[in-house]
Every structure is written in C-alpha cells, then in structure tokens.
Ligand binder design. Structure first.
Ligand code: AMP
Ligand code: ZN
Length: 462
C-alpha cells in the first residue's frame, strides 16, 4: 500500500493529507496565469510546470481535475502598491501595438510555449477582460458588506475591517502601520488595495469600462477571486501561484472572498519557489530574461529545461545556470536513448514494487527529484526490458518528458557513404562476399557502420 497524497499548505504552514472538497466530483484547481504584456520567462514556466506536475500527480492518484487558469490582460499595475501604470498600457507603448493586440500576441506565445514544455493546457483559460461584469458584481457585494471606501482615484478594500487580514503571509499589520514606510497616498492603511481604479481624468485608456463607481478598470486581485468563484465555487481544492503571490496577490484574493462569502477560497494554498538567475530573481522588468525561444536558439530541447525543473523540489529555489541545463540535457538524452532501446510488449506490466516507491515519493509533497531517481533505478536495473519500458511509460505520465513520442534524430548521411552502402548491398545480393567486405571496410574508414537487417540495412555513425 502506497502512502496517501500529502501536500504542503502555505495557509496552515503544514503538510496536510489531501482530501477532496467534493469526494465524488472533480478536484478544482485555480492557478494564477500569465500577465500578457510581454513574453513569459523561464522562471514563470518553472511555476507553471510545478502546477502541471501537481495536476499529473492528482491524476496519478485517480482524481479527475478541473483546472482553471486566468489570463491577466488588464489591471496589473507596475507597482504592487496600486501605483504606476497598467502593465498592458505600458506594453502597448513599448511595442507600438494596441493593448488588445499585445494581449493576443503574448497569450498565443504562452500557449505555444506550454506545448513545447509538455504542460497540459488548463481545462479552462479565462481572460480578465471577458469577466468585467463578474468583477463589478463581486466588488458591489464587498461594498454592500462594508469593506470598501473611495478615494479620488478608485474604490479600495479596507483591510482594517478584517481582523485576520494577511494571515496567509503572516503579515505584521501593526508593524507596517507603525512604520508607515510606504507612501500610502489617499489610502487609509498601507495594506489597503484597489478594487476598481478610475480612468485618469481627461485621459482615455485603451481598456476601460463603465461601473457603478465611474469609468475605469478592475484592480488586479479581483479578477482571480471573481473567476475562481465563477468556475470553481466559493471553496474549492487548491489554489496555486509563485511564491511572490503569498504576500500581496493571494493575501488580497483571500480578503476579497472572505469579505464576500466568508471562505478562504481554497482548501490548500500552494506556491512554487522562484527560478533564480545568477542567484537573483528572474523578472521581466529586470530585462535580459530568458525565454523558451532563447533555449531553442541555443540548440536546447525545451524539455531539457523541464527535466532540470524536475530535478529540484518545487519548495526550494533553483538557480539557473547553463551548466545545470547542459547536465539536464545530458540526463534527458540518456533517459530517452535508454527508453528507446527497450522492447515494447503489449502484455508487460509496470513493476509493482517500483510503482509503489514512485507513488510514495510523488505523494510526499511532490518529491519528484526522488521519483526521478526511482526511474533511473528502473532503467539501470536488471529487470525484464519490456517491464522496464512499461514502468517508465507509467512514470512519464507524471514527468511529462514525452518518452514515448521521442525519436532519435535522423543523421545526415554523406552522399559518398550512401553510395558505398548501396554498392555493398548490391554486392551482397550478388553474393560477391569479398567485394562486400572491402566496401564495409571503406564505410568503416569513413566513420560509419553498416548494419545488415532482414529488410535492408541501416547506417550508424561510429
Ligand atoms: P506573471 O506573468 O508575472 O503574472 O507571473 C506568472 C507566474 O509566474 C506567477 O505564478 C508568478 O508567481 C510566477 N513567477 C514570476 N517570476 C517567477 C520566477 N522567477 N520563478 C518562478 N515563478 C515565477
Ligand atoms: Zn491570481
């Protein structure tokens, strides 16, 4: 018997056994998606891959998963303190395209990238701009319940009205209040945040809507509370994002949902830790960030990056270096070649003992690095080769390395070698054995090996 699935919940700061909210239904997961004002960097994809592995582990345990991901295409300001420009409007100025066009461009680029990384698409991808009425209704309820106030630039959430505000992040509200290091402007408290921002007077934004409070646009956090509630309900299983979301974005999602319906939105809050670049945070705003395309341009298979991410636990930061990616690429190549050489037998079943150990590892808060070690043990061990293949095929449902679909790259055979091989095949057919041996030696001298097969021959580089 394998161990039951246990996950780390940031809300309670503890490992908890996973029990679905609805034992007969689907497991509901909401993951904060990309802000589509630019390409996503490989740091973002580390988080999306952690969420993909979580989904695959739930499926490994027999659950059906309903996964909702948002596309942030409005309202995410350049500063988390509700100041600065909307990232979409800034992206529009940077590229000379409309905010709507860049939203489409970078959403499409995101969908291409997740395909290259074998990240399964969410069950539902929902755009913030397609859910403005839902967000307005949500804010209206929060207002009705007495948690809001207005300033000259928007409608704000009054965090003082909520005694347990900031529990997720274990925020020290008093400390923040006493220090008042932050310029709060018209806000009453540093932690208060915008629910609705007014369009600046005399300025026409590309993305703006009418609301009961005036023309403007939603704050960034409200989209997630509104769409999660619409598609997964008031209290669902797991909400995920990167570690940077703990202090502000997820804290505010919880505040909003609590103010409206009294729940903390999700039963588990899970966070993927950052990918660092030269030990510093990898961020779009820092410039020079690495994209999936950057890896391809340098002749890496994007799945080598996936393999690299699988080698570290999601709750520890990972420092990206090209040496680490080289090592991951080598590991992936060896695993692919080893797998490819194994015979396929329809009746072969995965090895039960290894499956049990693998399950124990992935169920131990997604310990994929250890599960990967079990896969290597399977590959290197002395089991029946067809059983090895069946075992690794099963494991790859969680890893997502695409072992089954991989094919060795086709090597380019130089014309002279190809013609020598043709002549040798003809010599063999004519039973001219001495000539065939001489040609084989010539092929060998050219750096190639000719292998005779029942249906012809194959050429391989020595
Ligand atoms: P964004 O497009 O900025 O809204 O971010 C998309 C996702 O990537 C969010 O879940 C972030 O928390 C996450 N994220 C941002 N930077 C990093 C990083 N350097 N490493 C891992 N995840 C990140
Ligand atoms: Zn979110």
């Amino acid at each position: 018997m394998s161990k039951p699935l246990t996950l780390y919940d940031t809300y309670t700061r503890s490992l908890r056994p996973f029990e679905p909210v609805d034992p007969d239904g689907e497991v509901g997961i909401y993951t904060c998606g990309p802000t589509v004002y630019d390409y996503q960097h490989i740091g973002n994809y580390r988080t999306f891959m952690f969420e993909d592995v979580l989904k695959r582990v739930l499926e490994w345990n027999g659950y059906r998963v309903r996964h909702v991901m948002n596309i942030t295409d409005v309202g995410h300001l350049t500063s988390d303190a509700d100041t600065g420009e909307d990232k979409m409007e800034a992206g529009s100025r940077r590229t000379g395209k409309s905010a709507w066009d860049i939203a489409k461009l970078y959403t499409d680029a995101f969908l291409e990238d997740i395909k290259l990384l074998n990240i399964e698409p969410p069950t539902l991808l929902s755009r913030a701009t397609d859910h403005i009425p839902e967000q307005i209704a949500f804010i209206a309820d929060i207002e009705k319940n007495g948690f809001t106030y207005r300033t000259s630039d928007g409608v704000y959430f009054d965090t003082e009205r909520q005694p347990d505000y900031g529990y997720l992040a274990r925020l020290d509200k008093e400390g923040l209040e006493a220090g008042k290091r932050v310029d709060v402007g018209e806000k009453k408290h540093p932690t208060d945040f915008a629910l609705w921002k007014f369009s600046p007077p005399g300025e026409k934004r590309q993305m703006e809507w009418d609301s009961p409070w005036g023309r403007g646009f939603p704050g960034w956090h409200i989209e997630c509370s509104a769409m999660a509630e619409k598609y997964l309900g008031d209290f669902f299983d797991i909400h995920c994002g990167g570690e940077d979301h703990i202090a502000v974005h997820h804290t505010n999602e919880i505040a909003q949902t609590e103010a409206r319906v009294g729940t903390r939105l999700a039963n588990f809050w899970m966070h993927g830790y950052f990918l660092l670049s030269s030990d510093a945070k990898m961020a779009k705003s820092a410039g020079g960030f690495l994209r999936v395309q950057t890896l391809i341009d340098r002749d890496y298979d994007p799945l080598a990056f996936r393999y690299l991410c699988l080698t570290s636990h999601y709750r520890s930061q990972l420092n990206f270096t090209w040496d680490a990616l080289d090592a991951a690429a080598k590991g992936l190549t060896h695993m692919r070649q080893g797998f490819h050489a194994l015979p396929e037998e329809a009746t072969a079943k995965p090895d039960a003992a290894l499956v049990e150990r693998f399950t124990d590892d992935v169920n131990d808060d997604l310990n994929v690095p250890r599960a990967l070690a079990v896969a290597w043990e399977a590959l290197r061990g002395d089991m029946n080769p067809a059983v090895k293949r069946a075992t690794l095929t099963a494991f790859d449902r969680v890893f997502g390395l695409g072992l089954l679909s991989w094919r060795p790259p086709v090597e380019h055979i130089p014309d002279d070698v190809a013609s020598l091989a043709e002549r040798r095949a003809a010599a063999r057919k004519g039973k001219a054995w001495a000539e065939a041996d001489r040609l084989r030696a010539e092929i060998h001298a050219a750096g190639w090996e000719m292998e005779d097969r029942p249906d012809g021959y194959a050429l391989k580089k020595r």
